[in-house]
Design a binder for this molecule. Structure first.
Ligand code: NAD
Length: 566
């Protein structure tokens, strides 16, 4: 497991550097960053800044793996070639939002976390959307152009007052809310649509929430989009919506190109279906030089300037540096683009469950001989479900890391599983089990691969664990055999027929091989038993083979786990 949050939140970075285990971190600034971001990295005692903007693909590929983290903006291209030899590179932070210049698949496959610093540009982007809206309402673009060309035309540019008009905000996230606050200050009626917000009103009842975009649209004098671009939002302002909207509608898109269907804009404006459209973003950037959107008097365009303020650039580069170091220091993951659900800011109990998940998966591993079709991860207990994504990833790493040649870690493990068609289900419940919070891992083999003789309980491999108040992890069940043992060090699992003499025989074999048994749990199920033994030294292949050959022994496997967690 590579996610090991530091237990002492207050650790001084200088101490970390001296300890040598976490730093110094080498950080490559591969693009031209705002000076504040560079200064921030340089001022950290556990960081060595390597500032090399403008490298060619080959040059970057040659040195990328010598750094723990890389910070980029939008200029440098982080291609699969750049990430071919990832070396010690663990994280790439984009100062800003769009990660189109980073090959996410290559990064994920190489186990590299990609993050952006989207939050830092919220204010600048909201202000830009607001600027576009005001400019659109008062014909600032065409009026300026007329003046520039020597004209003076007042009657043509009689605008729209914003007070008392209704603005419909699509997407009520960071930017949408910030726009809403500004609209309220302008005495506007504010409505919003966001399918992920289940409330009738927001901002102390001042914003009315609509149940669908189509329901909100006929009420709006102005619509502004602040949603991500995806299959649901692409073209959400399209032909039917232009037909249904008010004729005086003004539209602002400072989110992503294509949310307003570009092919429908000019026909709608020319037909008088809406009154004006402001665009900061385009489906192709830059749009072709002869794009009619650049020329139309009712279209106001800016070249993707949302986050482009001095303050915005400073904020995104400092935020990217902060986030990157937070991750490298094991203190948190913010803005992750390619590792949803992964967290490092866990409580001590959650950390222990993450660690236990890896141990349990590895203990189960030798019993999985027919491949893996599905992994179910069941978490019970409100104190641990917040770590569900991380526990899932730790489980999968434990199950898959030694099965394939490629390196597997918490960043790429979902992709590794997906590529091999392994289904993963996480089932969480706030209610803990009868003896506290617990984790169960169930591995299902491919259908039809089980012979009739296999006991039904052995068809699915199942292991259950808990962490008690002393924070020590326990395994309490393996395939219907109940026990209570700390999974640590060299362990042997032995399934046998439940008959007299088996324990003595096993003890004798270990004694003869001079392998000391430190702890032992025996559990019976039907007419079989499972022995879980903790031994002081690795048992060796010869001993395992001898045990397998003894009458009454059904299965034997040996596993080496990390030592007991302190
Ligand atoms: P955010 O994640 O905080 O908010 C997005 C909101 O959209 C969320 O609340 C989400 O629930 C909602 N949403 C998702 N699907 C939806 C749907 N189908 N219909 C309605 N709402 C939906 O993001 P943010 O930081 O507010 O950014 C919003 C947009 O602005 C993003 O597309 C971002 O890329 C863009 N952006 C543009 C610039 C620029 O330079 N123009 C700068 C920064 C951000």
């Amino acid at each position: 497991m590579t996610v090991t949050p530091e237990s002492d939140e207050k650790t001084d970075p200088a101490e970390t550097a001296e300890a040598g285990s976490k730093g110094p971190f080498r950080i490559l600034a591969a693009d031209k960053l705002a000076a504040e971001g560079l200064e921030y990295i340089d001022s950290q005692p556990d960081c060595e800044l390597v500032n090399k903007p403008g490298l060619s693909e080959d040059e970057l590929a040659a040195i990328a793996g010598e750094h723990d983290g890389m910070i980029v903006r939008s200029a440098v291209q982080v291609t699969p070639k750049v990430l071919e030899k990832p070396g010690r590179l663990r994280v790439i932070a984009r100062a800003g939002v769009g990660v189109d210049n980073i090959d996410l698949e290559a990064a994920t496959n190489a186990g590299i976390l990609v993050m952006n610093s989207a939050e830092a540009s919220t204010l600048s982007t909201a202000e830009h959307a607001w600027t576009l809206l005001m400019a659109l309402a008062r014909y600032i673009g065409p009026a300026y152009r007329t003046m520039y060309e020597g004209g003076w035309d007042r009657s043509k540019f009689s605008g729209t007052q914003l007070a008392d008009k209704t603005i419909g905000i699509v997407g009520f996230g960071r930017i949408g809310r910030t726009v809403a606050e500004r609209a309220l200050a302008f005495d506007m009626n504010v409505g919003a649509y966001d399918p992920f917000i289940n409330a009738r009103t927001m901002l102390d009842g001042k914003v009315k929430m609509f149940r669908s975009f189509d329901e909100m649209l006929p009420h709006a004098d102005i619509v502004t989009f602040h949603v991500p671009l995806n299959d649901e939002t692409r073209g959400m302002m399209g032909k039917p919506q232009f037909e249904a909207c008010r004729n005086n509608l003004l539209i602002v898109n400072a989110a992503r190109g294509g949310i307003v269907d570009e092919d429908e804009i000019i026909p709608a404006l020319d037909a008088g279906q809406c009154a004006g459209v402001a665009l900061d973003v385009f489906s192709e950037e830059p749009p072709p030089a002869d794009s009619p959107l650049r020329q139309h008097p009712k279209v106001l365009c800016t070249p993707h300037l949302g986050a482009s303020t001095k303050e915005g650039q400073k904020a995104v580069s400092v935020a990217a540096a902060e986030q990157l170091l937070e991750f490298l220091r094991g203190r948190g993951i913010r803005g992750a683009v390619n590792a949803p659900g992964l967290r490092v800011d866990l409580t001590p109990v959650q950390q222990r469950f993450v660690d236990l998940a890896g141990r349990m998966a590895r203990l189960l591993n030798p019993m999985i001989t027919r491949g893996i079709a599905q992994v179910n991860i069941e978490l019970q207990g409100e104190d641990i479900i917040g770590a569900a994504g991380t526990i899932e990833r730790a489980t999968l790493v434990g199950l898959l890391a030694d099965r394939f040649d490629e390196p597997v870690n918490v960043i790429n493990v979902r992709q590794v599983a997906e590529k091999r068609g392994i289904k993963v289900r996480s089932i969480t419940s706030e209610e803990s089990g009868p003896r506290g919070s617990q984790l169960a891992i169930e591995v299902h083999g491919p259908e039809g691969a089980v012979d009739e003789k296999t006991h039904p309980k052995d068809r699915v491999r199942r292991i259950v664990g808990r962490v008690y108040d002393d924070l020590r992890p326990r395994v309490v069940e393996i395939n219907g055999y109940y026990m209570d043992m700390i999974p640590a060090g060299d362990m042997v699992l032995l399934q046998n027929e439940d008959r007299p003499g088996m324990v003595g025989m096993v003890g004798g074999e270990f004694g003869q091989a001079e392998v000391n048994i430190a702890d032992m749990a025996i559990s019976r199920r039907d007419d079989t038993a499972l022995m879980l033994l903790k031994v002081d030294t690795p048992p060796g292949k010869a001993l395992i083979s001898r045990l397998k050959a003894r009458p009454g022994v059904l299965k034997v496997s040996a596993v080496r786990l990390p030592g007991e967690p302190k």
